[in-house]
Write a protein of this length. Sequence first.
Length: 163
Amino acid sequence: MQKLRLDKGISLSQLAAGAGIAKSNLSRLEQGNGNPTLDTIWRLAKQLGVPFGALVQPLSSSVGEKGVEVRLIEQGKGRPNVDAYWMSIAPNTTREAEAHAKGTQETIVLVSGSLEAGNTDNAACLTPGESVTFNADLPHVYKTQDAWATCLITIVYNKDVSE
């Protein structure tokens, strides 16, 4: 992350302020210490103008918090950039996700369980084999009932994720 920040000419203080995290926490993350939340990773990616996968790709395992586990499957290299993730969500879990970079779209294909997913004001109820595509540059939600849900997520970033 430090190399990305320095390549873009952004100071530690600027990135921390823009992402809404403490400078000391960002410093620890850049040193490979700490355990960032999914929202923190998204905010840092948005501030750096890079896909989420650029920050989780170096990790050898999944990242997660509060009943949600995400693993990068493939990080696209084309235009537009498309990343693929495997996500597992514990029973009775609601994850409210912040808006991603302008123009970002997300598609979820449910593999098992049941899942309510999509924009906060217009989420779809999915059963296995069903999918939903929504504008991820708006707040969105993932919500399970009494069983685990697993899904494949593809995120298509705007051609210029820094917009």
